[in-house]
Design a protein around this ligand. Structure first.
Ligand SMILES: [Zn+2]
Length: 262
């Protein structure tokens, strides 16, 4: 991978704030996160939408939630397809490293580590139908639950015509076959020891990510209701005060130039 471009005075470095697991069961959390982002002056961010959380929560069936999403998109929020059900649908398979990551960090959620190529393509098509039923634009960007998928699921993403694929630390342009590295930190919503591990990872990212072109802060719902993601909101406010500008994956891709090749 080539060197990442560095922040310059001409181009303000981009801060991509990404809300994960945007789905009806977490409506109160999502609304609270959106409210806190508005409070720090951020209206341009990413919403990673799960079309049918755990198989019983189609976004189109919840009118209030649907209105929330269309309002966000109308205000400049980029909507991203984030799996379909966000739960495993059978045994996890794939490379040993990815299986280990799924078991450690995405237990029960790595949907695209458990689907065949055909099932993956079907899930994407059904996800798009949900977006359309909500009145949302068909998204050109995909993020797998847990940022994990098998090679055959990744083939399905390409075959479906999706252009951009987000990883935990990357944005891939599948048409131009290039990748932007993105430093990433945030709140995983994993609780306990695992969240402690994420905070350690955040510290490492902060040390190594100075002067990068793009930085991502991800938020997940806090099921305890304690809004454990508020630390990430404060971190975002701090970066904004240092000259970072809030944007989306689409903004990053639109900055053009030549992203560093793989
Ligand atoms: Zn997720």
């Amino acid at each position: 991978m080539g060197d990442a471009p560095t922040a310059s005075a001409a181009v303000r470095p981009l801060l991509i704030i990404s809300l994960h697991d945007v789905a009806p069961p977490f409506e109160a959390e999502i609304r609270a996160q959106v409210g806190e982002l508005a409070r720090i002056g951020v209206s341009r961010f990413v919403a990673k939408i799960v079309p049918n959380w755990h198989g019983g929560n189609q976004v189109s069936a919840h009118s209030g939630f649907r209105e929330l999403l269309t309002g966000l998109e109308g205000g400049g929020v980029q909507t991203v397809l984030h799996g379909y059900e966000h739960r495993t649908r059978g045994p996890v398979h794939g490379s040993p490293i990815r299986v280990a990551r799924a078991q450690l960090f995405a237990r029960g959620t790595a949907e695209f580590m458990t689907v065949s190529n055909t099932q993956a393509r079907d899930s994407i098509a059904r996800g798009w139908e949900e977006f359309a039923a909500c009145g949302l634009a068909v998204p050109n960007t995909f993020c797998a639950p847990g940022w994990l998928m098998t090679d055959e699921a990744e083939d399905a993403i390409v075959e479906s015509g999706i252009r951009y694929l987000t990883g935990m630390f990357t944005l891939h342009d599948l048409h131009r076959l290039c990748v932007w590295p993105i430093a990433a930190e945030g709140y995983m919503g994993a609780g306990g020891l695992q969240e402690g591990g994420v905070q350690m990872l955040n510290g490492l990212v902060r040390l190594s990510a100075r002067d990068r072109f793009a930085h991502k802060i991800y938020l997940h719902p806090d099921l305890s209701g304690r809004q454990g993601w508020m630390g990430s909101i404060r971190r975002a406010a701090s970066l904004l005060s240092q000259g970072w500008t809030a944007g989306t994956f689409a903004d990053l891709a639109a900055r053009g130039g030549d992203p560093p090749g793989e």
